[in-house]
Structures are given as C-alpha cells and as structure tokens.
Design a protein around this ligand. Structure first.
Ligand SMILES: CC(C)(COP(=O)(O)OP(=O)(O)OC[C@H]1O[C@@H](n2cnc3c(N)ncnc32)[C@H](O)[C@@H]1OP(=O)(O)O)[C@@H](O)C(=O)NCCC(=O)NCCS
Length: 323
C-alpha cells in the first residue's frame, strides 16, 4: 500500500526574540508567573517585512533543501494557518509564487492550533488517494498580529514562526513497521467556539479582530481531548505508549503537555518540548518542534512519532507516523 513518508523538514523564525522580561514592560505580569503557569520563557515576534507567507517560504525552502528537492518536485502545497497575509488569496498561493512554482495546487487549511495535524492528514489522504506524489505541508503563523497587547491573559502566550514537512508517496507493506503516516484521528466540536476565538472577521465585523480566550476553560478540556485522540491512534494501530519513540505535542502550555504525558504513561524523556523557546505558535508549533528534534538528532529514521494538538473550535487530533 501507499504510505506518506517524511522526505524533508524545515523551519523559519522571525529575527526578533521577545523575552518574558520585555512583556513585563507592556502588561502587569512577571517572568515568574509566565514560566510557572505556562513554561514559556521567550517567543519570536515578526517584524516589518516578516509575514506568514515570508516565514512559510523560509520553512518551505529549508524543507526542500533538507529533502534534496526543488519546487518542481512538489505537486500540492497545504498551508495550515489562522493568520493569513490576506483574507484571500490563500497564503499557500503566495508561498507557491515566492517559490517560483506555477504548477500543481496550493491552498490554506484552517483548524487553528490543530491545523498542522489536520494538514498532514489531508496531505496523507491526497497521497494515498493518488492525487499527489509529494505534498509540502506548512504550518505558518503571525499570531502577534491578532493579539490584544493590553490583555495579559493572552498576549504572554503566543508567538510567530513556521515549520514544514515534505510528505512523499512510498510503497509500504501495510504494517506498523512501514515508514510514513500510520493513522490520523481528527475531531471538532463547534459548541466550544466562544472559549477560544477571534472577535472579528470579513463577514461579521469587517475587521481582523483580536484573539479572546477563556484560558481556564480551555485548560479544563485540553487533557481529555488530547488523550482521546492519542488512545484512538493506539487502538487503530495496535500500538501502545511503550512503542513510542517520541511524542511531539502542540506546544501551548507546559502544564497541558506534562498532564497529557502523565495520563498516558509517556515518560517526559520521550516528549519533545519547545514551548519554552517558541511560545504557542498555533499551527506552526508541531513542525517547529519536529525541526528542533530532527535537527539535533533525537528523532531518527524509523522512530515511531506521535503528533497531537488541540485548539480553537474546538478542534483536536493526532497523527501517528514512523519517521
Ligand atoms: C492561561 C492560563 C496560563 C492561565 O492560568 P490559570 O492558572 O488558569 O490562571 P487564571 O486564569 O485562573 O488566573 C489566575 C490569576 O492570574 C491572573 N493573571 C492572568 N494572566 C496573568 C499574567 N499574564 N500575569 C500575571 N497574572 C495573570 C488572573 O488575572 C488571575 O488573577 P485573580 O486571581 O486576581 O483574578 C491557563 O488557564 C492556561 O494555560 N490555559 C490554556 C490556554 C491555552 O493553552 N490555550 C491555547 C490552546 S491551543
């Protein structure tokens, strides 16, 4: 059977680092409060000329170089983002053009912080359905541009950045020994919309709006949703937490990551954590974390890697893949 195998990875971050100390100068908060409640120590913030498309292009170029491919080798680009450069066209066509690519198809996908998991799942369906041989999957965000910088309950949490994977059709045997995506589990429930949303949009206010969140409510639901889709991935593949080499969670909050790992019996030595460096970069957080752990040699070819995320909507999902 056809499997969607990781052929390359890459990432791109804005030039500017913003530490918790700098945020102390903007709102009534402290480095100690932020670290203790979230694990975040710094985040990257896009400056003039840096946009979701420019960061996405950087991640795409890095992934192409890592794979030893050129844009001519790509059939489809999927960009997971909630912070597009424009309402339309899609950031994906912007990135396609920046790459000098004028063939194939490019589109955006919006599932907020679960966006990368939804995008990998979509790419896998395209590849296994025979619609594409190679898909460039990008998670790219500039959440700093939709934050209310006077709201200390949200502005301390998020950051900007982009990461990318190239998935390629390769023949597999149909067992969990195959490299590539082994299962994907996606969920959403719009009943939770008001708990995490942006209070603007083209068809409502005609403005971009700002991120609003009931942090405690999100926290309350997070661990249950994450364990739901991880257990579903184990069940679908007959694997267990013991089989995992790496858990690469969406990097929203250190306490959510620790709580989920504990509930699932996954030791923290097997969990990739980058929330301290990047903050919550929404759809970019998983590919940014993958880039760190694959670049430093932790994630190796053949490793069993579990991705999971939850976010606005709510949306939540997991992807189990062999690297
Ligand atoms: C946001 C979050 C860190 C807040 O932590 P919490 O322990 O739930 O804190 P609370 O919201 O109950 O607020 C506790 C107190 O800290 C205060 N506080 C909130 N933000 C603060 C900040 N940045 N600095 C200092 N104090 C802050 C509150 O005003 C409150 O004060 P009060 O007790 O005087 O009213 C936590 O709820 C969380 O992580 N939620 C999930 C968010 C998330 O990951 N969202 C993205 C999902 S993709």
């Amino acid at each position: 059977m056809i499997r969607s195998v990781v052929r390359g990875f890459g990432a791109s971050l804005p030039k500017r680092v913003m530490t918790n100390r700098e945020i102390e100068e903007k709102v009534d908060t402290s480095d100690e409060w932020i670290v203790q409640r979230t694990g975040i120590r710094q985040r990257y913030i896009a400056g003039e000329g840096e946009t979701t498309a420019s960061l996405g292009e950087g991640a795409a170029r890095a992934a192409l170089a890592n794979a030893g491919l050129t844009p001519a080798d790509i059939d489809v680009i999927i960009v997971a983002t909630s912070t597009p450069d424009n309402t339309f066209p899609a950031t994906a066509v912007n990135i396609q053009n920046r790459l000098g690519m004028h063939h194939g198809a490019a589109f955006d996908l919006q599932a907020v912080c679960s966006g990368f998991v939804f995008a990998v799942t979509t790419a896998d369906a395209y590849i296994r359905g025979g619609l594409a041989k190679r898909v460039l999957v990008i998670g790219a965000e500039t959440f700093s541009r939709i934050l209310d910088w006077n709201d200390r309950t949200t502005c301390v949490l998020f950051g900007d950045g982009a990461g990318a994977l190239i998935l390629e059709a390769q023949e597999g045997s149909g067992t969990t020994a195959d490299r590539g995506v082994l299962t994907a589990q996606l969920r959403s429930d719009g009943a939770h919309k008001e708990k995490l949303f942006v209070d603007g949009g083209p068809s409502t206010t005609g403005t971009v709006g700002h991120l609003r969140m009931e942090g405690r409510e999100v926290f309350k639901h997070a661990v249950g949703m994450i364990t739901d889709v991880i257990e579903a991935a184990f069940e679908a593949t007959g694997t267990t937490a013991d089989d995992l080499d790496w858990l690469v969670p969406h990097q929203a909050n250190r306490r959510i990551i620790d709580g989920s790992a504990k509930k699932l019996g996954i030791p923290l030595e097997k969990v990739v954590i980058t929330v301290d460096l990047h903050g919550n970069t929404s759809a970019a957080s998983i590919p940014l974390a993958l880039n760190v752990a694959a670049s430093d040699g932790r994630i190796k070819k053949g490793d069993l890697v579990l991705l999971e995320a939850m976010g606005g909507g709510f949306t939540w999902g997991s992807v189990l893949l062999r690297w």
